[in-house]
Design a protein around this ligand. Structure first.
Ligand code: FAD
Length: 441
């Protein structure tokens, strides 16, 4: 039984919201989840529709939450996309691959929600419009999205856990002349299928995981695919199986007739430009009188990416971090939040938390980490997880999980090896996992 049971609102029923709700419920809290979609799964719910503005700049656009494209397979093995007591196991009649398609992840999340009674806690098709602090409580204003019933309600909660996702509000780079480009421009958030790009010359801006996948997807039908990127010193590409993808430096200028000139001196007439330039944090419903700000993609101040010191533990954020095994990290964050709320774990004082946040920001500055990378855990991802594990009092995590993540990142970001999912050596990794279990027992 919980030491202290709290009425808590969870915003979002994606991976973060589902595990948060499970952990809060386990601790005996009274949980209500608000979810604007009709079902659980968040970003893993593929939608053939996309934002009404293909660049997702217009603030009045119709927004589609998911950024998943039809061909998407996970970029991490299923071994590190499950929860501690609920692995993402292969199932009969499912997609058996180690890196399955997106439908398999959605199925896993739906099963998880069913197993732990999450659907019953969730108000579907209900969008949170405002979260505002009222003394010792939080006022949550929400709007029903069902046709013929767009009623607005207000409800008071003792605590709010924000799990609303980070891959909806696109970021765009500055490219001279791009506004004059006559062809199609979209952000990767709105990419779904390659056939619109048949026989075209397509330029992708950016070299992250979305560009990695989408460039290959489009190369199956396009005439030529060019990836524009900052020079990356240790890039060691393996592109044996793709003949029509090449890499160039950043774009120097785009002209009215569709000519695109790169900084390396190369130029070409392009039909389409896809901006694979990432996302910005965007939490439009949160009103904290300036206590929490989003500046240069830093949501702050937050103690360990989760608690704003002056509002802890009554407001928390799960899933802001990235460059990690997200399923593992959000589970640990969720356990931490649930136990802090029940009083099992005591946080440092507000002053101590603020001091820790300042130290972290200073460390970033002194070591040349840009502010916009505040929530990127690389290269300290395992330190963060191990710190959470200690707080919660769990046994140490298995090292092979970090090794698997590093192997995937090497394939995606350094070697650009488009075959890594199919070349993955299951036997090698199974032996490592078994060996680890033997040492534990
Ligand atoms: P989301 O899944 O975005 O869920 C947020 C939920 O909040 C949504 O359901 C949304 O409808 C709801 N919501 C938002 N605002 C409101 C509101 N105001 N009111 C009510 N509801 C609201 N991770 C991996 O581990 N492996 C991968 O292979 C992988 N591939 C990825 C591929 C792509 C293209 C993207 C974008 C991400 C990928 N990720 C991957 C990371 C992925 O985002 C995480 O795995 C995880 O899905 C994040 O879950 P979340 O719950 O934090 O956010």
């Amino acid at each position: 039984m919980a030491l202290h049971s709290v009425k808590v609102a969870v915003i979002g029923a994606g991976v973060s919201g589902l595990i948060a709700a499970r952990e809060l419920q386990k601790e005996g809290h009274n949980v209500v989840i608000f979810e604007k979609n009709k079902r659980v799964g968040g970003t893993w719910i593929y939608d053939s529709k996309s934002d009404s503005d293909p660049l997702s700049i217009d603030p009045t656009r119709e927004i589609v939450h998911s950024s998943v494209y039809l061909s998407l397979r996970t970029n991490l093995p299923r071994h590190i996309m499950g929860f501690l007591d609920y692995p993402f196991a292969k199932r009969e009649s499912g997609d058996p691959r180690t890196f399955p398609g997106h439908e398999e992840v959605l199925h896993f999340l739906e099963e998880f929600a069913g197993e732990f009674g999450i659907h019953g806690l969730t108000r579907f098709e209900t969008e949170v419009m405002k979260v505002e602090s009222k003394g010792n409580e939080w006022l949550v204003e929400s709007r029903r999205l069902t046709r013929g019933n767009d009623s607005v309600s207000e409800e008071v909660f003792e605590a709010v856990v924000v799990c609303s996702g980070n891959y909806v509000e696109p970021k765009h780079g500055v490219v001279p002349g791009i506004e004059k480009f006559p062809g199609l421009q979209i952000h990767s958030h709105n990419y779904r299928v390659p056939h619109d790009f048949k026989d075209q010359v397509v330029i992708l801006i950016g070299i992250g995981p979305s560009s990695f996948d989408i460039s290959r997807d489009i190369a199956t039908v396009a005439k030529e695919v060019l990836v524009a990127t900052r020079p990356i010193p240790d890039l060691n590409m393996k592109l044996e199986n793709v003949r029509n993808i090449c890499f160039h430096t950043l774009i120097k200028c785009v002209y009215e007739d569709g000519l695109v000139a790169f900084e390396d001196g190369f130029s070409i007439h392009a039909d389409a430009i896809i901006h694979c330039t990432g996302y910005k944090y965007h939490i439009p419903f949160l009103e904290t009188n300036g206590i929490i700000t989003i500046e240069d993609n830093r949501v702050g101040p937050l103690y360990k990416h989760v608690f704003p010191p002056s509002m802890a533990p009554w407001l928390s954020f799960i899933g802001l971090v990235h460059k990690e095994t997200i399923f593992n990290v959000v589970e640990l964050q969720a356990k931490w939040v649930a136990r802090v709320l029940s009083g099992k774990i005591i946080l440092p004082t507000e002053e101590e938390m603020m001091e820790s946040v300042k130290d972290f920001y200073q460390f970033m500055e002194e070591n040349g980490f840009a502010k916009r990378h505040t929530h990127s855990l690389r290269p300290f991802q395992s330190d963060y997880k191990h710190w959470l594990v200690e707080q919660i009092g769990l046994p140490p995590l298995e090292n092979w999980k970090d090794d698997m993540l590093m192997e995937c990142l090497k394939n995606i970001l350094i070697e650009r090896n488009e075959m890594y999912r199919d070349e993955w050596d299951d036997n090698h990794w199974d032996a490592i996992i078994q060996n680890d279990q033997l040492h534990k027992n």
